[in-house]
Design a protein around this ligand. Structure first.
Ligand SMILES: CC(C)(COP(=O)(O)OP(=O)(O)OC[C@H]1O[C@@H](n2cnc3c(N)ncnc32)[C@H](O)[C@@H]1OP(=O)(O)O)[C@@H](O)C(=O)NCCC(=O)NCCS
Length: 168
């Protein structure tokens, strides 16, 4: 069963196993920025604290406040999800409110779909009546995850399909 958990060093072991699985690919929704964390316990603790701080204050100048979650299945971290509290100009065009990724070894098990469903009431708690989600035109996994959660297609901009999901 997929859960959304707040980043914490107690998940260090499986977090450290998950991150390298993405290789050169960007783990969407992970908050990973320019500085790649070290995968030891201290690195995980610092990174998790950095993500938790983003709820109140943007952790980068060009970011908005954001709730970062790790997707967990039992004791294992299986993915990442970012719930942005508002839309900057870029997020409105391309990024959307919610970004997510599932570690390659745990894809096609329903984790993204369940995590997105769990994120919607949390968005409602933030006062968001609807959230914007985007995906690349050719990203069938992301597109289906969004559509299965009630995404209503609005348009495509710069190669991104844009969907709105009502949170209520
Ligand atoms: C997209 C991604 C998050 C999907 O995660 P997942 O846990 O495998 O997705 P789910 O198992 O919940 O599947 C959701 C739906 O998408 C379908 N799906 C998932 N991956 C798919 C793929 N590669 N091709 C076609 N359909 C796919 C599933 O069959 C399911 O549809 P269904 O309800 O009709 O069965 C994952 O592939 C990923 O991390 N990709 C890289 C990062 C990314 O693209 N993130 C999204 C951009 S914000």
């Amino acid at each position: 069963m997929t859960e959304l958990v707040v980043p914490d060093v107690r998940w260090h072991g499986s977090w450290a196993a998950a991150m390298p699985e993405f290789g050169d690919g960007y783990p969407h929704g992970s908050g990973l920025a320019d500085d790649t964390p070290t995968y030891d316990e201290a690195g995980c603790a610092a990174y998790a604290a950095w993500l938790r701080a983003a709820v109140g204050t943007p952790i980068r100048e060009d970011w908005v406040p954001c709730s970062f979650y790790w997707m967990a299945d039992g004791d294992e971290i299986v993915g990442f999800l970012a719930l942005r509290h508002s839309l900057s100009d870029w997020l409105l065009e391309e990024g959307g409110h919610i970004g997510f990724s599932v570690r390659p070894a745990r894809r096609r098990e329903g984790h993204a779909g369940q995590a997105l469903a769990l994120a919607l009431p949390r968005a409602a708690d933030l006062g968001l009546d609807r959230v914007l989600l985007t995906c690349d035109e050719d990203n069938d996994g992301s597109r289906l995850t969004i559509e299965r959660n009630g995404g209503v297609y609005e348009d495509s901009r710069n190669g991104k399909r844009r969907y709105w999901i009502a949170t209520g």
